[in-house]
Design a protein around this ligand. Structure first.
Ligand code: PEP
Ligand code: MN
Length: 341
């Protein structure tokens, strides 16, 4: 349920609304100052008479029940788009933000050269996995904390903020010390203990869509993080399982406009894991941007042939530059169309 008030509502009225909500055990009030109105969100199990109790408070414009099972992540709760800022990147704003780097951190030279190359081509965030979820226990599973140190060196050299995956609740504090955005991987989208843990942070979290997750399940995963108090959440469409084997997964391009209707959270797309092949990354990246996504997560490696993980889907520096030129052209057209329709 949300309580809608005018922008110039006096503090006493806001306090009265909050007190009324929080007089019910288990309910909390969350205030959002929007562009056109103030919205107070009611979190918890709503008692039947609460709507009537709040409607009679002078100054309350409207009390609207939220129909979706996810509340804080819903567009009903927060009608304006939300943005997440890291470094000089605003994710959720008009400019698509490109996050790029290798699948996994391998050594200092690989990280620093990739960071410099992707920055020069226009990327605003550096990616690199130190804790890798692998289908086989015998595959390279990442360098762990040593990998985080190398990410940090590359970040200091270039000024690029870092996104990296955290796989276990026990590692959240360590990964948070080294990163600017914590990534929840597709396989962990429904690891509720992990979502609870990152919900305690004051640091952005990117929730990738699970391999077979519906939009509702995905938004409920975001809701877990937000319910813990962390509202800096980004979503990432990375493809879902289908019967098709020419691509690694099937990118669900409709997820982008649908999620933008259902939620105020920024959404980006991953053309690397969704396709599995470097030669499909650019065309799918363009489709993601044309569909209105707020950015991309792209794998780039100095020498994909010898990458320890996901070489076949990694772009060379040159291919990344060429993709960026095309992305800039398409995002320019998308912006003109958005402004004129
Ligand atoms: C990744 O981005 O490094 C990754 C493992 O992706 P996903 O969780 O989408 O498979
Ligand atoms: Mn990868």
């Amino acid at each position: 349920m949300i309580v809608v008030l005018a922008l110039d509502t006096p503090q006493e009225v806001l306090d009265a609304v909050r007190d009324r909500i929080e007089s019910h055990p288990g309910l909390t009030a969350q205030v959002f100052n929007g562009v056109q109105r103030i919205v107070v969100g009611v979190l918890g199990s709503i008692p039947p008479d609460l709507k009537d109790e709040l409607e009679v408070i002078p100054g309350v414009t409207e009390v609207v029940p939220i129909s979706k099972p996810y509340k804080m992540a819903s567009r009903e709760f927060h009608p304006d788009n939300s943005t997440v800022t890291v470094g000089d990147a605003v994710i959720g704003g008009p400019e698509p933000i490109i996050m790029a780097g290798p699948c996994s951190v391998e050594d200092e030279e690989q990280m620093v050269s990739t960071a410099k190359a992707v920055k020069a081509a226009g990327a605003k965030v550096l990616r690199g996995g130190a804790f890798k979820p692998r289908s086989s226990p015998y595959s390279f599973r990442g360098m762990g904390v040593e990998g985080l140190e190398l990410l940090s060196i590359a970040s200091k050299e270039t000024g690029l903020p870092i996104i990296t995956e955290v796989m276990s609740p026990a590692d959240v504090d360590t990964v948070a010390r080294y990163s600017d955005i914590l990534q929840i991987g597709a396989r962990n989208m429904q690891n509720y203990n992990l979502l609870d843990e990152v919900g305690q942070l004051d640091k952005p979290v990117m929730v990738k869509r699970g391999l077979a997750a519906s939009y509702e399940e995905w938004l409920l995963a975001a809701e877990y993080v937000m319910a813990g108090g962390n509202t800096q959440v980004i979503l990432c469409e990375r493809g879902i399982r289908s019967f098709e084997s020419s691509t690694r997964f099937t990118l669900d391009v409709a997820a982008i406009p649908v999620i933008k209707r259902l939620s105020h959270l920024p959404i980006i797309g991953d053309p690397s894991h969704s396709t599995g092949h470097w030669y499909l990354v650019s065309p799918v990246a363009l489709a993601i941007i044309a569909a209105g996504a707020h950015g991309l997560l792209v794998e780039v490696h100095p020498n994909p042939d010898v990458a320890k993980c996901d070489g076949p889907q990694s772009l060379t520096f040159e291919n990344f530059r060429s993709m960026m030129d095309q992305v800039k052209a398409v995002s320019g057209v998308t912006r003109i169309m958005a402004a004129t329709t």
